[in-house]
Design a protein around this ligand. Structure first.
Ligand code: HEC
Length: 122
């Protein structure tokens, strides 16, 4: 889980399917075909309910969901983007093609970790 500040100001959780988690645990790269990594995000909001107990704004929780992102590994199908298919959904609907064109480029800094930022915390 991460808290993103700036314009986004959200909470994020990263989930992986069994293939992803096995690869993470064994410290093996690249991730094999069939890997799916999901990134969930929620607005970062102050909890009125909890703050009443504390008497000041000090409790922050996940509010409404913002968007959902996926990375799916298929080294043949997505050969031109490091073997990863990128997808974003807003309110259950796929985001625009232009949005999807930004994904791979921004994941370049972690090319040596198979384009995945998130590390496994044992
Ligand atoms: C501005 C740069 C940027 C863009 C554009 C971007 N990402 Fe990411 N992405 C990141 C960073 C940094 C992280 C890890 C930290 C975080 O989630 O805040 C991340 C994390 C992820 C993760 C969790 C796995 C990981 O690498 O940690 C997924 C899945 C993901 N992004 C999918 C996408 C998709 C799909 C798109 C395009 C629709 C996209 N990203 C566009 C920077 C970016």
């Amino acid at each position: 889980v991460a808290h993103e500040e700036g314009d986004l100001n959200d909470f994020r959780a990263i989930l992986g399917n069994d293939i992803a988690i096995k690869s993470y645990r064994e410290g093996k790269l690249p991730f094999p075909d069939g890997t799916i990594i999901a990134r969930l995000a929620w607005n970062y909001v102050s909890s009125e309910e909890n703050n009443k107990v504390f008497g000041r704004a000090q409790s922050f929780v996940a509010g409404s969901a913002t968007n959902l992102q996926f990375m799916v590994k298929d080294s043949k199908k997505y050969a031109s983007t490091g073997g990863w298919g990128f997808a974003q959904f807003n309110n259950g609907k796929p985001a625009a093609e232009a949005v999807h064109k930004t994904c791979f480029a921004c994941h370049q800094p972690v090319k040596d970790r198979d384009f995945v930022f998130t590390r496994y915390a044992p």
